[in-house]
Design a protein around this ligand. Structure first.
Ligand code: PLP
Length: 405
């Protein structure tokens, strides 16, 4: 393909079969500059100047497309939006200052007092707080259902329901929801289906092609891939994204151009990284299954996983997150974590660096014992977000603690 012509995102969305995902990840949203810069420039500016008063009026009036002010749009941010939209197969993406800002903006765009949300129970902890505490203050209520119980999903939908929300695979137990099946349900009831695609990314899963209306992202995780920046995005049709953009422009949780540039670079290697994360995670899950003291391994790539076949159909690979349950409870879990020499003890994920965490006392520590039980977070559970270090070293760092059990 020609390298000197910037790929146009709109044209791309129409002919998304013309170029493959890896090409879109590297070529979409290139910014032409007078200097012929090969790398995407970072536009560190708050505002943009106009040729004359008439152009200023035309821009503000919406008669002429173009940048006005970086809360509204910025060329580096737009490049990231075009690239991600092309990869997700959406008409448009709207970048946000964090993953939480992406979820908040989506909710603010489509919900009003009296509306209801039906959400999977197995979602990111802060998303739960956003729904259960803050949206509630404005009269929006959420009912939480088991991710793969479709009867529960359907019976939770009322005439006030506007939106279904989920993450698949779930964190940390790797449960899979059937996106196509839920999209049929959403269409039947005339509600929006919103999928947080943070764990798979477009490199492994395309929710819009499976019938979802909107994809939300924490770009902080795999889209960046090296733990450098916080950011997010919402992807969907032009019509829906115009609403999300309207909220963002008025409320202001926009992405900074520097962070957008980091994510543009991250996207270029996303597919390769996701394949490498997935390959090591599968080897690790397979090895963990045979270790004494390990009661259960949660990873959809294992044929023993109850939704292995669904994951195979819906995803290109199984992702980088593996969790496992130790027979010795919290004591054993802490022993394995503390015996590591280079794995990072942190709750973050989607990094080149492997991270290890004890959900029951960190990410899910605020839950009551009953809520932990309902969510399947046992005291012996350990979560590993498999990074890109040499596989035998990751395995060795875990084997050190497991051999002490
Ligand atoms: C981290 C995360 C978020 C929130 O993203 P931030 O960028 O931290 O605001 C949302 N959903 C999932 C699945 C996440 O892992």
């Amino acid at each position: 393909m020609p390298t000197n012509t910037p790929v146009n995102a709109a044209a791309e969305a129409e002919s998304s079969s013309e170029y493959g995902l890896e090409t879109l990840a590297i070529r979409t949203g290139q910014l032409p500059t007078d200097e012929g810069s090969h790398g995407e420039p970072i536009f560190t500016t708050s505002s943009f100047v106009f040729k004359d008063a008439a152009q200023a009026a035309a821009r503000f009036g919406g008669d002429e497309p173009g940048n006005i002010y970086s809360r509204f749009s910025n060329p580096t941010v737009s490049a990231f939006e075009q690239r991600l939209a092309a990869m997700e197969g959406g008409e448009r993406a709207v970048a946000t200052s964090s993953g939480m800002a992406a979820i908040l903006s989506t909710m603010m765009a489509f919900l009003e007092a009296g509306d209801e949300v039906v959400s999977s129970r197995s979602i990111f902890g802060t998303t739960n707080v956003l729904f259960d505490k803050y949206l509630k203050k404005f009269g929006v209520t959420t009912s939480f259902v088991a991710i793969s119980d479709y009867e529960q999903w359907e019976s939770a939908i009322t005439s006030k329901t506007k939106l279904l929300f989920l993450e698949t695979p779930s964190n940390p137990l790797c449960e899979i929801a059937d996106i196509s099946k839920l999209s049929v349900l959403a269409k039947k009831h005339g509600v929006l289906l919103v999928v947080d695609n943070c764990f798979c990314t477009p490199a492994l899963q395309l929710p819009l092609s499976l019938g979802a209306d909107i994809v939300v992202h924490s770009a902080t995780k795999y889209l960046d891939g090296q733990g450098r920046c916080v950011g997010g995005a919402v992807v969907g049709s032009n019509k829906l994204m115009e609403e999300v953009y309207g909220f963002l422009r008025s409320a202001g949780p926009t992405l900074s151009p520097f962070n957008a540039w980091v994510f543009l670079k991250g996207l270029e290697t996303l597919s390769l990284r996701m394949q490498a994360h997935s390959a090591s995670a599968l080897r690790l899950a397979d090895w963990l299954q045979d270790q004494p003291g390990v009661k259960k391994v949660h990873y959809a790539g294992l044929p023993s996983h109850p939704q292995h076949l669904l994951a195979r159909e819906q995803q290109r690979a199984f992702g980088g997150i593996v969790s496992f349950e130790l027979e010795g409870g919290k004591e054993a879990a802490w022993k394995v974590i503390d015996a590591t020499t280079f794995l990072s003890i942190t709750a973050n994920l989607g990094d080149a660096k492997t991270t290890i965490t004890h959900p029951a006392t960190t990410t899910h520590g605020r839950l009551s014992d009953e809520a932990k039980l309902a969510a399947g977070i046992t005291d012996g559970l350990v979560r590993v977000a498999v990074g890109l270090e040499e596989f035998k070293d990751i395995r060795g760092d875990l084997a050190r603690g497991i051999s002490l059990l």
